[in-house]
Design a protein. Sequence first.
Length: 224
Amino acid sequence: MKVRLLRKRRRISPSRIGLCELELFFLLFGLTALDFYIWINASTAIYQTHDKWAFDRRFPPALSVSKIPLAATLKLPEAKPISPSGVIGRLKIPSLHLTAMIREGADAATLRRAVGHIPGTALPGGMGNVGLAGHRDTFFRALRNIRANDPIELEAENGTYRYVVESTGIVGPRDVRVLASSNAESLTLVTCYPFYYVGSAPKRFVVRAVLVSNGLERPPAPGS
């Protein structure tokens, strides 16, 4: 009698087995997703640290030079051609505590490791519209809090350019008018919208800024 009772207790219903398998699946899926998230963030941090070091090493702080107003007639040196996926500068938005290195290109591989300079748009120091793209869940997540008149700095090989936010807007993914060139020196930041949308976001959040000053001096590197 005792043996029969033990055998009955050891029997597990098919529904119970299925539930255990489902729990195991979700556990493994969660651990895999967590590992992927950690790997993406760690690799991004490593790339950003390396790019900052390489940029500061290649272009050390210059001697003190007074800021050059927009009205000045002094011609700044033109930016040199950029090789594919090359580091071209550093973006800073102090009000958002945002600092990110900028690389040439707007492909998936580039945007995983940096803010991307959109090919075909102006380079820092050139006349026209400088277009930069970034992911809404990494570098450009903070853009949801940006406001008009917020300052933006763009450190490049040939100087530091300072902008102020003129406007923000939401456009469709195929609306390229926001990147159109103009006779004025401007900066456009583009990211996907809504910021917390699950999946491929259907729209784009655009920040438009105008140049207010530029100079030949690059600020000292942190710790220098």
